[in-house]
Each structure stands twice: as C-alpha cells, then as structure tokens.
Design a protein around this ligand. Structure first.
Ligand SMILES: NC(=O)c1ccc[n+]([C@@H]2O[C@H](COP(=O)([O-])OP(=O)(O)OC[C@H]3O[C@@H](n4cnc5c(N)ncnc54)[C@H](O)[C@@H]3O)[C@@H](O)[C@H]2O)c1
Length: 352
C-alpha cells in the first residue's frame, strides 16, 4: 500500500502519518511538503527515526509543481493520495489571498491531473486507487443559532481561504463526474491537538496563557466552532480511505460546539490550577477583546450522521479529555513552540 501524503509536515498531516504508520503495517508513505512557514520537519522527527527509509520518505516540493508530482507517480505505484497540503489560516488569507489560490486550487488541480494521467492508464488497477481531498466545514459558510451542515448544504464560503477550498472541492468532484477518477472529499470541523501551529486559536491561547501574555478574542467572543480532536479526524480519514465510496463527501465532526470565549476560559482555568495563578491573578484577566475578523462566520456545526451510520465511525475523545491532553502536550513541548517563535525551526535538519 503506497500512499502519497501532501502537506504531511503540517498539523493534521503529521498526526495522520504517525497514525497510519502505527495502525497499518502494510502502509508506506511518501510525504511531499513545500515547507512553508506552517511546515515543520520537527513534527515528524520521531517518524523519521522509526520508519525511514523503508516505510517513510520525505520530499521537499510543491504540489503545484507538475514535474515533481509526475516524478513521484512514475517512481512508485501510488495507491492513495491524501491531500492535506494547503494554505490554511483564514487571517492570512484575508491579508494575502494569492498563495491560497495557488496552492489550494492550482496545487489540487495538479494532483488531479497527475492522478488522472497515471491511474486511468489501462495498466493501472483503478479499483485500488483513491484520491482523498481534505477539506473543511468552512466551505458551507455561516450558520445562525439553529441547524447543522449536512453533505447536502450548499457551498457558501465567506473568506478567501474557504472560497479557495470550495473551488478545489468542486474540481475534485468534477474529476469524479467527468473522468470517473476515484476521488472522495472530507469536510471536517475545527481540529485541535498536538503539533498545531501556534497561530490558531487553541495553541495561541495555551501558549500565551502559559507565558502570561494577553489573550486576544475576536468581537464579542461568541462565535461558535465545532471541535474535533485531531486523532479522531485521523481515524475518520482512515475509515473513509478504507470503506468510503468514490464520488462521496463525508462531514467529520464530534458534536462539540463551543463559543470561542468558553474555550479561552477553560484553558485559563486549567492552567491556573495546573501552574498556579499568574502573578497572583487568574489568567482570565489576560483576555482582551479585539476588533472582529472581517467576514467572520458566526457558527459552524457539523451533522456527522452520514459517516456515523454508513462507515460506523465515531469520535473517541471527549473535549474535556482532548483539551487537557493538548494543554499538557504544549506544556511538555515548549521548546517546539520556542523554535517556531524564534524561527529556529526553519533551520531544523533531521538527524537520520
Ligand atoms: N486545522 C483545521 O482545523 C482544519 C479543519 C478542516 C480542514 N482542514 C484542512 O486540513 C488540511 C491540513 O490542515 P492543517 O491545519 O494541518 O494545515 P497546516 O497549515 O498546519 O499544514 C499545511 C501543510 O501544507 C504544506 N504546504 C503548503 N503549501 C504547499 C504546497 N504548495 N505544496 C506542498 N505542501 C504545501 C505546509 O508546508 C504545511 O506543512 C488543509 O487542507 C486544511 O484546509 C484543517
């Protein structure tokens, strides 16, 4: 089983590589990653030590680079492609959208074209092939107080990030409809867990709260996100690769809606107990409301009954457990955070 993972040095990709190598002994992985600011070789140093070169191989490269992607396909008989590679931060997409269009749309297009070229060849066993495109619930837009996103909810993206993901999802589905390329899409809710780049809400708040820095919260703090532990997303992705059907999309979520402000207070209160008060004061005092994000979606909530019923997948980590594991991971890995904050991680080279 040869699997091409794209964007494997990021948050979800690195967790998925570790998960599948451990749980499927027949899997061998090629990880192509451009190593943008969000890609960190340190996320996989344990994988590199344990599994390279026989079951794990890293290649620095851009998914939009046709030559590199075709070289990978001609060098190995790739069975599955799992496309995690993306520009993924909404705020950055508002400041500078161009890279989002390039990687998320054109990069995905390049993977589709290469898969089509190699997999639709008569010598290739198309029944074994899968291209799984990792997308987001943000493509559905914003909900009011009621209702849930189902797989039938029309796309209505708000940010350049979600619009670029929506465009790539449409292309992925079009390749199934037009060429019968065996593509599948996942639309998952917000992930949290180890190795998340400390610009995203949960790791940002954890790190700032540990250090006693201000805790910025957008608008009134009442925007709602539906949280999914990254390990549960990994088990869902594997279930979809093994049992999901080409041409389908699957929402992934854990039925765990939380307001942003509640996430922040949960983290503050846990750290107050775990580390003691900050200069004699509760960390909640560090909360600072800041002007709202442009076009900020109010609420996301996933109806995951399709994956629950059709693939018998269920999340296994409650938010109460997952958030403590995540906070404890960051406490243990402050050197990892510091390497990012100082920029040292850009010079990181693995010792093989
Ligand atoms: N994090 C979430 O909560 C979440 C939720 C739903 C969906 N998603 C989707 O999951 C995927 C992974 O998200 P993440 O949070 O791990 O992102 P991330 O930003 O942590 O990682 C992205 C990775 O992709 C790599 N990359 C970027 N451009 C590339 C290119 N042109 N070629 C090759 N590699 C490139 C980066 O170097 C990085 O390693 C994304 O597609 C994202 O849209 C994320």
């Amino acid at each position: 089983m040869k699997i091409l993972i794209t964007g494997g040095c990021g948050f979800i990709g690195s967790n998925f590589i570790r998960y599948i190598l451990k749980n499927r002994t027949e899997a061998t992985i090629i990880n192509i990653d451009k190593l943008t600011y969000a890609g960190n070789l340190a996320n996989l140093s344990d994988v590199e030590r344990e599994y390279a070169p026989s079951r794990y191989q890293f290649m620095k490269g851009d998914i939009g680079d046709k030559e590199i992607v075709e070289d990978i396909f001609s060098g190995s008989d790739i069975d599955w492609v799992v496309n995690f590679a993306a520009e993924s931060h909404v705020d950055r997409s508002i400041d500078k959208p161009a890279e989002f269009l390039q990687t998320n749309i054109i990069g995905t297009f390049c993977l589709l074209e290469t898969s089509r070229k190699f997999w639709l060849d008569p010598d290739s066993d198309i029944t074994k092939k899968r291209l799984l495109h990792i997308s987001t619930d943000e493509v559905y837009g914003s909900l009011n107080d009621k209702g849930y996103f189902t797989e039938k909810t029309p796309y209505n993206p708000s940010s350049p990030y979600s619009a670029s993901k929506a465009a790539s999802d449409h292309l992925v589905y079009a390749y199934y409809r037009t060429y019968s390329l065996p593509t599948i899409i996942t639309n998952s809710s917000n992930n949290y867990g180890p190795y998340q780049f400390p610009e995203k809400l949960i790791p940002l708040i954890i790190n700032n709260a540990i250090k006693g820095k201000r805790l910025p919260v957008y608008g009134d703090g009442k925007n709602v996100r539906d949280w999914l532990y990254v390990g549960d997303n990994c088990s869902a992705i594997l279930a979809i690769l093994e049992r999901g059907l080409p041409g389908q999309r699957y929402n992934i979520g854990a039925n765990c809606e939380k307001r942003n402000i509640d996430i922040v207070t949960i983290i503050c209160d846990y750290l107050d107990k775990r580390l003691g008060l900050m200069d004699g004061k509760p960390r909640r005092g560090l909360i600072e409301y800041v002007p709202d994000r442009l076009g900020h979606d109010r609420r996301y909530a996933i109806d995951a009954s399709k994956i629950n019923n059709e693939l018998q997948w269920k999340p296994s980590v409650t938010f109460e457990k997952g958030i403590i594991e995540t906070i404890e991971w960051y406490l243990k890995n402050m050197a990892w955070v510091e390497d990012i904050e100082t920029g040292r991680y850009r010079q990181y080279y693995m010792k093989r």
